[in-house]
Design a protein around this ligand. Structure first.
Ligand code: UDP
Length: 309
């Protein structure tokens, strides 16, 4: 199979490139390198089944050859980064998704859109199933990400129903692992960096807000099955780890595991920061026979080792 992966030099995209190359597929990776890094994909060229093109998904994609599957992962995903680069985020998920859906139509290719748990906003139903419509602020600092992902999903819906394109949507919950940008402002990398440097650990708000963190290897298995299994056209599936932790507990765990001298300090909570986030993964279990295998302790140890390097 020939697979186009957008954002393929980024955190999740680069792991997907490896997965598809290692399972015998031919991969074309495109990335505008706004946040992606060639280091993440440096070994893949040797296989002879991997090609990189520096490209922006919002621009002309006509010179990309015909493919069988498109995975659209080109978007910033860290709140501090997507807010700084809000137009890049808005356009990658709107114009970029439209351009890639048109390519899927032209190539008769399957399409998988990387959506997010942020489409649920400040969810009132926890754990959150795919049927929950969301409680999202359309006019605030997180809107560039939340609403452009929601718009991307709406585009998929129209291409499925008007043009019969085989589209699938993954709603990704908090994920961590190697190839994350150590300075992109997300909680996992911030806390580990701070702990390793014995700097204060910066908790936003009182730290009682929760997240549930999925190690990237688990996530990739779920996405691979969603992308490759037959008869999943039109399915929207949460992929994440339901093991919930407060941000304060996470900080304490990281201080302990790294044997750090860091103190914990509290800063203002950013606007619209969701107080609780946990995926309901019943659908992924049923349709993909998928559930995460890697516990937070195990994943944290791997992540810390990688960040030390
Ligand atoms: N957070 C924090 N300190 C940091 C970075 C983030 O307390 O240095 C909090 C943030 O306010 C949020 C949670 O950790 O409640 C997760 O933030 P992140 O930016 O990783 O992504 P989000 O899950 O909000 O999309």
């Amino acid at each position: 199979m020939k697979v186009l992966i957008t954002g393929g030099a980024g955190f999740i995209g680069s792991h997907l490139c490896s997965k598809f190359v290692n399972t015998g597929n031919e991969v074309i990776c495109i990335d505008h390198l706004g946040t992606g890094s060639l280091n993440n994909i440096e070994d893949l060229g040797k296989t002879g089944r991997f090609k990189f093109m520096q490209k922006d998904v919002t621009k002309d994609l006509d010179d990309i050859e015909k493919v069988d599957l498109i995975l659209h992962f080109a978007s910033r995903a860290s709140p501090s980064d997507y807010q700084t680069n809000s137009f890049d985020t808005l356009l990658a998920n709107s114009i970029g998704t439209f351009n890639l859906l048109k390519k899927a139509q032209k190539d008769s290719a399957r399409f998988l859109f990387a959506s997010t748990s942020e489409v649920y906003g400040k969810a009132e139903v926890i754990p959150t199933p795919e049927t929950y419509y969301g409680y999202v602020n359309s006019f605030g600092p997180r809107s560039c990400y939340d609403e452009s992902k929601r718009f991307g999903e709406a585009l998929c819906y129209e291409f499925i129903h008007k043009f019969n394109i085989d589209c699938r949507i993954v709603r990704i919950f908090n994920t961590y692992g190697p190839h994350m940008r150590y300075n992109d402002g997300r909680v996992m990398t911030n806390f580990i960096m701070q702990a390793l440097d014995n700097e204060p650990i910066t908790i936003y708000g009182d730290g009682k807000q929760t997240r549930s963190f999925c190690f990237v290897d688990d996530l990739i298995e779920g996405i691979y099955t969603l992308a490759t299994k037959k008869e999943l056209n039109g399915e929207v599936i949460n992929i994440g780890n339901p093991e919930e932790v407060t941000i304060l507990e996470l900080a304490k765990k990281i201080v302990k595991v790294t044997n750090s001298k860091s103190k914990i300090i509290f800063k203002d909570l950013p606007m619209d920061d969701p107080p609780q986030r946990v995926p309901d993964i019943t659908k992924a279990k049923k349709l993909l026979n998928w559930s995460p295998k890697i516990k937070l302790e195990t994943g944290l140890a791997k992540m810390i080792e990688w960040m030390k390097e």
